[in-house]
Design a protein around this ligand. Structure first.
Ligand SMILES: [Zn+2]
Length: 154
């Protein structure tokens, strides 16, 4: 079990490293240009490729990383795997109830820890709607509109 756990941790670390390497590739499939240090010259908000035919896009995005971890979470979800195992009619592999359940729980916890480190799935409503809110209103702490009382400070 420890071997599988360590392999999973190394496997996830590999994808995190791939994300942080930050390679950019040209979106044009005919162009194979790939670079980490991209020019700061933007065209319509995108980095322009050296071939001038396409723009540079992240090779491995935060979305890809999140999807990868969610896939691993699915793989190590004991209930889903048991359902799939039973529905497939594949009776070759026997899952030893409690032992397998504990093993799957440990592996899915490892994946969950990685997912919690990422803020990809976090939505901050105050930032999301900040442009729509009136300037006086602060999310979570309504401010009392300032009214002036004539003659009060006199
Ligand atoms: Zn290109």
């Amino acid at each position: 079990m420890d071997h599988i756990y360590n392999t999973l941790v190394l496997f996830m670390r590999k994808f995190v490293e791939k994300y942080y390497k930050g390679w950019y590739i040209c979106e044009d499939p005919a162009c194979t240009y790939r670079e980490r240090a991209v020019s700061l010259k933007l065209e319509k908000g995108y980095l322009v490729c050296a071939c001038k035919q396409g723009v540079m896009m992240r090779e491995y995005t935060d979305s890809d990383l999140h999807l990868q971890f969610n896939y691993l979470l699915y793989v190590f979800d004991f209930v889903k795997q048991q359902e799939e195992h039973n529905s497939s009619g594949n009776a070759k592999v026997e899952l030893d109830g409690d032992k397998a359940k504990l093993g799957f729980a440990r592996l899915s916890n490892a994946v969950n820890q990685k997912l919690k480190q990422s803020s990809y799935s976090e939505i901050r409503l105050c930032e999301l709607f900040s442009e729509l809110m009136p300037k006086q209103f602060e999310f979570g702490r309504p401010t009392v509109p300032k009214t002036e009382y004539p003659g009060r400070n006199e």
